[in-house]
Write a protein that binds this ligand. Sequence first.
Ligand code: VAH
Length: 309
Amino acid sequence: RILVTGALGQIGSLLVEQLRTIYGISSVIAADIRNSLMAQEEGPFEKMDVTEGKEFSAIAKRHNVDTIIHLASILSAKAEFIPLEAWRTNMTGLLNGLEIAREMDLQFFTPSSIAAFGHSTPKENTPQLTIQRPITMYGINKTAGELLCDYYFKKYGMDTRGIRFPGIISHNEPGGGTTDYAVEIYHAALERGAYTSYLKKDTTLDMMYIPDALDAIIQLMETDSNKLKNRNAYNISSFAAAPKDFAQAIRKHIPHFQLDYKIDPIRQKIADSWPNQLDCTAAKREWGFQPKFDLEKTTEDMFRKIKEK
Ligand code: VAH
């Protein structure tokens, strides 16, 4: 049985769906700080605050889980407005999850991010093991989180696993990230044939379409423990793209698509501190990471999914 925190979020909502298809509805417990009648109808659901350790622990025990997938987090752009609250949610929440996993002897997954890097990190072909001096509260939380996962693995022999996610593109909504534009641009293209980007046209970042992100989590979780050499988090990415690249891909479907720019200095500064493209060889070698969607395939499928909705 798997407990997923942040289960109503961009990744969580779709991950729960996929895990339930594989392992059965009752084997996946969705937990989120928000309530949702729809989620309650779809399967086991708990309204839960990850910073409340007792509540978190009671729920893990009541459902007798053997795995925690800890996704609950305040993302990069939002965290810059509420840094202390972000620290509390991102760090206290993570420590609670790790402590529960230690006490109950559970497998534990939590995502890191390209945000765990900063200006002093090599921007091209960013190595798996490199300098990590992030400039954002979210990035600091992710870096500390990676170190904690390593610590719990080395000190307690816990089965911790993680991935450094790039910007995730999906038909459902992200919330408060710097890479959210890569979702908004598709919705705006279909609704208005135009989008105003808050990042500059050449700001290149790693990106990934959601099916590849979900497959990566499941594949990493199912890999034999002794094959994994990195217990903090693995670099992964599907493609590197900037706003102008998205516009070009979109114009193959909507030729009149207009992209203009109104730069948000806060998010631009964050994006400028992140790498352009990660080196993913460790993930490929150790657990067979192999993304299926490039920018063209992502664009095609995004338009299909949004129209279906
Ligand atoms: C953010 N999407 O923008 C997240 C992510 C790629 C960075 O962790 O904050």
